[in-house]
Design a protein around this ligand. Sequence first.
Ligand SMILES: *Cc1c(COP(=O)(O)O)cnc(C)c1O
Length: 422
Amino acid sequence: MYRDFGISAQIQEFVEKKEEALEPLFSALEKAKSVNNLKILKAMQDAGLMDHHFHWHTGYAYDDQGRDVTERIYAKVFDTQDALVRPGIASGTHAITLMLTGLLRPGDHLLCITGTPYDTLLGVIGTRVKNGSTLIELGVEYEEIPMIDRAFNLHRIQEAIKENTKVLYLQRSQGYSFRETFSLEQLKEVIAFAKAIKPDIIVALDNCYGEFTQEKEPTSYGVDIMAGSLIKNPGGGLTLSGGYVVGREDLVLLCAHKLTSPSLGKEVGGTFGITRTLLQGLFFAPTVVTHALRSALLFAKVFSELGYAIKPGVEDKREDIIQAIMLKDPKKVLAFCEEVQKSSPVDSHLTPVPWAMPGYDAEVIMAAGTFVQGASIELSADAPMREPYAVYVQGALLYEQAKLCVMKILQRFEQMQEDPLF
Ligand SMILES: *Cc1c(COP(=O)(O)O)cnc(C)c1O
């Protein structure tokens, strides 16, 4: 079949050799997958999920039992008191915005301890942008502390926590920065450290891309509230749209006040028949995440052996599904993303081009030939067109697609005659 895709025998052999060497790392992913699969099955049984929960409601949807059961299942799976899981949460950014605006009031201090947050949040917090609605313009004080390699800067965190420090904010995934992620053990330690200084500090976390990569979630390690996107890991590739916020009941309710109204909270808002694919997607999610992690490992192995810097390293523990590859060359970034697009089941004949996406400060090229628009649990690659020209590849509903994609990129690089490696 690879010949049908124009792949040479030499490239196939090269990639399959790397693949063989990855077998022990592939097998190591199975344990977390099984634990998460069973956890989700148990949550669905315990919540009493029934066929009628997949049906429609209209108007205020007070009696949308599908919505309520979905939120009970999410709370159980994420080991939290409560959850807000809605198709009307437009994206991960929206879910994180609900979390931050739900928690923070004028005069409060927001302290981020994982360096500069994901690009789209800069217009939410207001470090680089003014739009009349940023947290800073609304009177929130903001401060960020970068990590030192893989470690939290405890000294600076201790200095920074003040009387009005309401929220300690962390981003689990590297996003578009070429940094390491932290482990859940490190997370537990830094939360204990911060709570020893200020017991009532609220720990809020951006969990985008992190779900089901480990046996447990950050909320089992002391995080009070966290948010993520349903078209990434927990949607399993089937969920059509939405975001979630899970955590302590009182805090989730504050976020619901922002989503609907302080007098309505979680009691309204229809799910319009999407609970079926939302929950079926969750049911598949740990398996799909395993495909994504295997794919990331193959990209890591092949490109590191060709001499490119990568993050995380092949042997590193993975806390998200992103693989960063430092291509250092805008032409290679474009070629890489074009081949990702050409490897897709949908829109494979289109050519991605860099554009000024809302929320990002450099032009961004995004390759995503996906069933759900922009769903980055499906094989996709993003790269801000700026130094150091790193590409971020993530997802794959099927490992086989990612494997083909790796071969296509190598073939293309060879044609560009910049990598006389074969
Ligand atoms: C994807 C992502 C977000 C939110 O992005 P959306 O495109 O709005 O869903 C936030 N933080 C991180 C780390 C992400 O990866």
